[in-house]
Design a binder for this molecule. Structure first.
Ligand code: AMP
Ligand code: GLY
Length: 424
C-alpha cells in the first residue's frame, strides 16, 4: 500500500521509520517531511496546514492511508477534508479535535464527565483574569486556551508572574487567537506521565507507557517546551494505576465524546499528573506525542499500519500490539534559546559517527543542502535508542551525542536520570 505521513518533525520521521518496516507498505510520502527522512520517504512540498491541497495530492496519487502528525492539520479539519473525498485517514475530525485545540472546552468536558482534573476557571478578559489572580493562592497554572506548540502554559509562583503571563497571552497576544481565553487552574503535585491510546470511536487499544521532559533546563527548571526528551516505559506504573487510568480517564473520554456526537478515531494522548489521590488529566492531545512517540515506536514490535488502519476503519478488533520488554529513550538536541528566540542555519556535523554507535537519529528541524544538514528549527534532532537498562541506553545516546555538533547546540543532560516534574 501507499501511505502519506503529514508533518515535518522528529515524530513524523519516527512514524516514517516504523512504517518503512511494514510488510504491507510499498511506498511512503511525507508532506512536507524533512531532509532526514529522504532515504525512507519521498517528500512532497505541501504544508501541513494546506489540508485541501493535501487531499488533492492523496487522491491523485491513490494514497491508501494518510497518517497525520501535527495538531494544526487536525484542528484545521484535514480528516473532514479527506473524508469528503472518501480517502482513508488516521486521526480525529475537527469536531473531536477540539479537546486539544480548546483547553477551555477540554476542562468543561472533563467536569461534565467526572474525569479527574485540576480545579479551574475560564476567563475571556485580562481584567477578569487579573481580578481572580489577586485573590488566588499560589502556585497556580495559567494556560492559553488554544494551540500554542506547548509554550502557552505558565506555572506561576506568585501574582507578579501570573499577571505577567496574562499580559503575554491576552495583551501582547503572543499566541494570537489562541490567547483570547485563558484557563487558570490549580497546581497539581506529583509524577507526570503520558498515556497514549488508539481509538476507533468505540474501542480503545492502549499503547505502552512513556514520559517526556517538558522543561527546557536540567532538574525540570526553565520554561515549558514541546519536550526535551522522553523515555518508555514511564517509571513505576502498577497494574492498578494502569486500570485506574483506563477506567477513570481514557474510556470515559472516548464515551463522553461519542455521546456528544464527536466520535473519536485516532490517537488520544492524555498528559497526566499522578497525584496522591490518583491520576489527573493536565491536557489532552489528539495526536502522537513528540518526542514520546520516538521512544515508543522503538519498542513497538507489531505492524503500526494495522493499528492505524483499524482505527481509521472504525474496526480495531483483534489487532495484537506487542512491545519489546526493553526500555527506550530519546534526547532532543535544540538550538540554544528554544523555546524562545533561537538562531538557525548552523552546519550539523558528526551524524554518521553518532549513528555508528547504534542509535536512531530522527530529524526534526533540519534542512538538507548539497553539502549536508543545517539546523532549521528549535528542536533540531532526536537521538534515540533501545536497550536492556535505562542507564546503559541513555549512556549510549549521550555517547552518540558527543559526536554531533552545531553552533549553539543545546540539550538536557539528565533525560532518563531524574523523574520529571516532581511537584515543588
Ligand atoms: P499542558 O500543555 O496543559 O500539559 O501543560 C504543560 C506542562 O505544564 C505540563 O506538562 C506540566 O508540566 C505543567 N502543568 C500543566 N498544568 C499543570 C497543573 N495543573 N499543575 C502542575 N503542573 C501543570
Ligand atoms: N511532548 C508533549 C506533546 O507532544 O505535546
Amino acid at each position: 500500500m501507499k501511505v502519506l505521513v503529514v508533518g515535518s518533525g522528529g515524530r513524523e520521521h519516527a512514524l516514517v521509520w516504523k512504517l518503512s518496516q511494514s510488510r504491507r507498505v510499498e511506498k511512503i510520502y511525507a508532506a512536507p517531511g524533512n531532509g532526514g527522512m529522504k532515504d525512507l520517504a519521498e517528500t512532497v512540498n505541501i504544508k501541513e496546514s494546506n489540508t485541501v491541497e493535501l487531499a488533492v495530492f492523496a487522491q491523485k496519487e491513490k494514497i491508501d492511508l494518510t497518517i497525520v502528525g501535527p495538531e494544526i492539520s487536525l484542528a484545521l479539519g484535514i480528516v473532514d477534508e479527506f473524508s469528503k473525498k472518501n480517502l482513508k485517514i488516521f486521526g480525529p475530525t475537527q469536531r473531536a479535535s477540539v479537546i486539544e485545540s480548546s483547553k477551555a472546552f477540554a476542562k468543561e468536558f472533563m467536569k461534565k464527565n467526572n474525569i479527574p482534573t485540576a480545579g479551574f476557571n475560564v476567563f475571556d478578559s485580562a481584567i477578569g483574569a487579573i481580578n481572580h489572580i489577586r485573590t488566588a493562592s499560589f502556585p497556580l497554572v495559567i494556560k492559553a486556551d488554544g494551540l500554542a506548540g506547548g509554550k502557552g502554559v505558565f506555572v506561576c509562583q506568585n501574582s507578579r508572574q501570573a499577571e505577567e503571563s496574562i499580559r503575554i497571552i491576552m495583551l501582547e497576544n503572543k499566541f494570537g487567537k489562541s490567547g483570547e481565553q485563558v484557563v487558570i487552574e490549580e497546581f497539581l503535585k506529583g509524577q507526570e506521565m503520558s498515556f497514549m491510546a488508539i481509538a476507533d470511536g468505540k474501542r480503545v487499544i492502549p499503547l505502552a507507557t512513556s514520559m517526556d521532559y517538558k522543561r527546557a533546563e536540567e532538574n525540570d527548571k526553565g520554561p515549558n517546551t514541546g519536550g526535551m526528551g522522553s523515555i518508555s516505559p514511564a517509571p513505576e506504573i502498577s497494574r492498578d494505576l494502569y486500570n485506574t487510568i483506563m477506567n477513570t480517564i481514557i474510556l470515559p473520554t472516548i464515551e463522553g465524546l461519542k455521546f456528544e456526537g464527536k466520535e473519536f478515531r485516532g490517537l488520544l494522548y492524555a498528559g497526566l499528573m499522578i497525584t496522591r489521590i490518583g491520576p489527573m488529566v493536565l491536557e489532552y492531545n489528539v495526536r502522537f506525542g513528540d518526542p514520546e512517540t520516538q521512544a515508543l515506536l522503538l519498542r513497538m514490535k507489531s505492524d503500526l499500519v494495522d493499528l492505524l488502519e483499524g482505527s481509521a476503519d472504525g474496526n480495531l478488533f483483534d489487532i495484537p500490539v506487542e512491545w519489546s520488554d526493553e526500555v527506550s529513550g530519546c534526547v532532543v538536541l535544540t538550538s540554544r534559546g528554544y523555546p524562545g528566540k533561537f538562531e538557525t542555519g548552523k552546519t550539523i556535523e558528526g551524524l554518521k559517527r553518532a549513528k555508528a554507535m547504534g542509535v536512531e537519529v530522527f530529524h526534526a528541524g533540519t534542512i538538507l543542502k548539497s553539502d549536508g544538514y543545517y539546523s532549521a528549527g528549535g528542536r533540531v534532532l532526536n537521538i534515540c535508542a533501545r536497550g536492556t537498562t535505562l542507564k546503559d541506553t541513555m549512556k549510549r545516546i549521550y555517547d552518540a551525542i558527543s559526536f554531533i555538533s552545531f553552533d549553539n547546540m543545546n540539550f538536557r543532560q539528565d533525560i532518563g536520570r531524574k523523574k520529571s516534574s516532581e511537584g515543588k
